[in-house]
Design a binder for this molecule. Structure first.
Ligand code: FDA
Length: 396
């Protein structure tokens, strides 16, 4: 007989959920993590308030909110464990929460409440949890798997890999899941940092340096993909929710387009200003609609001195374009150091969508961020972690 029915590697969002569900089914569960504390990313998530789900995650539009080589793959788990089911647990626990914007649910108090809820549920489900233990080799044996934990071997019938992606190595992120998948002959799609600030080359940074700290509402586009949220200028480049969202679609060498007057006609705004404030300079007109420092920089970039009252429509058009179609070419991203997620991962064609089990290795499961499913910013990634962990927890 094996030491445990199930060993779960990784005590993050997906691993804890898988452990709770499998434990509640009466399975003998061990959750192992090399970090000292479980759920560290939950603790720091959402600026310490944990955006634990998004009420639109299973909405019909939800599909486009998960990036994957096979976007349909996530639907099974997401439709079986819904945001409502997680919200129910949060309410039952008495954790106060609110919708911030766009269906994003945040705790009113600290994110540690979510970690405590999960750990209590895990213990009540009878699962064991070993933290601060390194995981070494994993071998297939007749009864299941043999895992080197610390300096001893532990055996199990089923192994759930929930070790996450490569984002934030300082917090214990490793490429462990990908190496293990490859060891068992599973394909891994190319991984990249996602939901990450974008950076600029020195010259551009110099040009934008006065804007560090400025934040404004904007629509950022990359091809047909657009996000309207806050844009933040930093010392390294661009950040803020709109940029983090677009970063998951952006590729090296691509430009992005910035509309600083979302849902407004910039040319019409300038024409009105020409009529109503003809003696004003372009910079002054823009400062009526944008943060002052930003208006100043745009004025310098437009470099059209004189009063707006003297501008023809032909002369106003480039001004409007600068404001509503500002093209910027990032050179890179801040990388895994600050990325909230890892795009790509375990190829979903090798996994069963209902159970998350590897098709070719009975008893081996992959869940959470390690899998090639990445959500938008706004609670989608935790919902994927809960749903995929839950699915494996029902099956393993
Ligand atoms: P997760 O990374 O949570 O857990 C993996 C666990 O495995 C870790 O505990 C790690 O220590 C362990 N591990 C790794 N390698 C190991 C090894 N070799 N041996 C043993 N253990 C190992 N999402 C969202 O929906 N709402 C939000 O508010 C936020 N906010 C947010 C802020 C920040 C700063 C970051 C970095 C990320 C977010 N996210 C988020 C994303 C979210 O945190 C992420 O999608 C989930 O934590 C993924 O859950 P997993 O359980 O798959 O991995």
């Amino acid at each position: 007989m094996t030491d445990f029915d199930i060993i779960i590697l990784g005590a993050g969002a997906a691993g804890l959920m898988a452990g709770i569900e499998a434990g509640r089914r009466g399975r003998r569960v061990l959750v192992v993590d090399h970090a000292k504390n479980p759920g560290e990313k939950i603790r720091i998530s959402g600026g310490g308030r944990c955006n634990f789900t998004n009420i639109n995650a299973t909405h019909v539009l939800g599909r486009e909110r998960f990036l994957s080589s096979n976007p349909r793959f996530a639907l099974s788990a997401l439709s079986r464990f819904t945001p409502d089911m997680f919200i129910e647990r949060v309410k039952k626990r008495g954790i106060a929460f609110h919708e911030k914007t766009l269906g994003q649910l945040f705790c009113d108090g600290p994110a540690t409440q979510i970690v405590s809820m999960l750990i209590d549920d895990l213990r009540q489900a009878g699962a064991a949890i070993w933290t601060g233990r390194s995981v070494g080799s994993v071998e297939k044996i007749d009864e299941g798997f043999k895992v080197l934990v610390g300096d001893g071997y532990v055996t199990c019938e089923s192994l759930v890999v929930a070790t996450g992606g490569k984002s934030i190595p300082k917090m214990g992120a490793t490429g462990f899941a990908y190496a293990l998948a490859k060891q068992f002959g599973l394909a891994v799609t190319e991984t990249r940092p996602g939901l990450v600030p974008l950076t600029f080359e020195e010259g551009k940074l110099e040009e934008l340096k006065e804007l560090a700290g400025v934040s404004t509402d904007a629509v950022i586009s990359h091809g047909k993909t657009k996000f309207r949220e806050a844009l933040l200028f930093t010392h390294r480049g661009l950040s803020g929710p709109a940029i983090l969202q677009i970063s998951s679609y952006w590729r090296e060498g691509d430009s992005i387009s910035v509309d600083l007057l979302p849902e407004r006609d910039a040319l019409a705004m300038l024409q009105t200003a020409r009529k109503e404030q003809p003696r004003n300079h372009v910079q002054t007109v823009l400062a009526g609609h944008l943060p002052k420092r930003l208006a100043q920089l745009l004025g310098e970039l437009i470099n059209q001195p004189g009063m707006i009252g003297d501008f023809s429509d032909k002369k106003l058009q480039p001004v409007a374009d600068q404001v509503s179609r500002w093209t910027l070419k990032p050179v890179g991203s801040e990388g895994y150091r600050t990325a909230e997620v890892t795009l790509g991962g375990i190829d979903t064609t090798g996994l069963d969508a209902k159970t998350m089990m590897a098709r070719t290795v009975p008893g081996l499961y992959f869940v959470g961020e390690a899998v090639d499913v990445t959500g938008w910013l706004g609670g989608y990634n935790f919902q994927w972690a809960w749903a995929s962990g839950w699915s494996a927890g029902q099956a393993a």
